[in-house]
Write a protein that binds this ligand. Structure first.
Ligand code: CTP
Ligand code: CA
Length: 221
């Protein structure tokens, strides 16, 4: 058993975590969403707080309890998430676990009626929160993205790390039943290469990742 002080490796550091899906309204009763449950992001926020970090968790619409000692900001849309992230800065590290909707539509002010089936939805791209943060003057010194892929997982994740100027991309294959499940099989893609972890409970992925984050922040003070 470690002494409590040694356990609190992230004491004094502020870490930002995004989690869950975003919802993009179509009309007052409908929205665009995705299957993210928020479990992995909430587990990561909890694990970072256990190591003593001050954690700000920007959460999309999920039905999960707030982890102990975590500051939670609830948002609905990608644009609200981008604003909340902005306001939470600066941070020493950021872990962008959220499955941010890639597009929004201009919502109709009244409920669209069934008979209006010929209507098309004009998609407009949402801000890329991770890529924007990577290029901002407030870039955290460790910036971690997630990549949920259904094919060519490592190829896509490696390209994403470069394109988004993230330090690490944690990739997972969501072609099975990962979304909503309690376990996850992840690959950590860094400048040094790829480290594949065995299938683990999401809480264990979170604890291991929190340790890696503490290692990295200790190496680059
Ligand atoms: N992300 C973000 N803002 C967005 C979209 C994605 O911050 N508007 C972040 C996610 O939180 C995640 C990472 O970027 O950490 C990768 O998300 P992903 O959806 O896999 O990447 P995209 O660039 O949107 O590519 P794809 O076309 O595969 O969806
Ligand atoms: Ca996306």
């Amino acid at each position: 058993m470690l002494a409590p002080a040694q356990n609190k490796r992230l004491a004094g550091l502020h870490i930002l975590v995004t989690a869950g899906p975003t919802h993009e309204p179509i009309d007052p009763v409908r929205y665009i969403a995705n299957r993210s449950s928020g479990k992995q992001g909430f587990a990561i926020a909890a694990a970072l707080a256990r190591l003593g970090a001050r954690v700000t968790l920007v959460a999309g619409p999920v039905t999960l309890p707030t982890p102990p000692a975590v500051d939670r900001i609830d948002v609905e849309t990608a644009r609200e998430m981008a604003d909340a992230v902005d306001r939470a800065l600066p941070a020493d590290a950021a872990v962008m676990v959220a499955a941010v909707a890639d597009w929004h539509v201009e919502p109709a002010s009244q409920k669209i009626k069934k008979g209006d089936a010929t209507r098309t939805l004009a998609l407009a791209e949402n801000p890329d929160i991770l890529a924007t943060l990577a290029r901002s003057p407030y870039r955290p010194r460790l910036l971690i993205g997630f990549a949920a892929e259904t094919e060519r997982v490592l190829e896509h994740a490696t390209a994403k790390r470069i394109r988004k100027a993230a330090d690490w991309i944690v990739a997972n294959d969501v072609s099975g039943d990962v979304m909503g499940s309690a376990t996850n099989t992840v690959h950590v893609v860094t400048a040094a290469g790829v480290e594949s972890w065995e299938r683990l409970p999401k809480d264990d992925v979170a604890a291991r990742l929190a340790d890696r984050i503490a290692d990295a922040l200790e190496r680059t003070p």
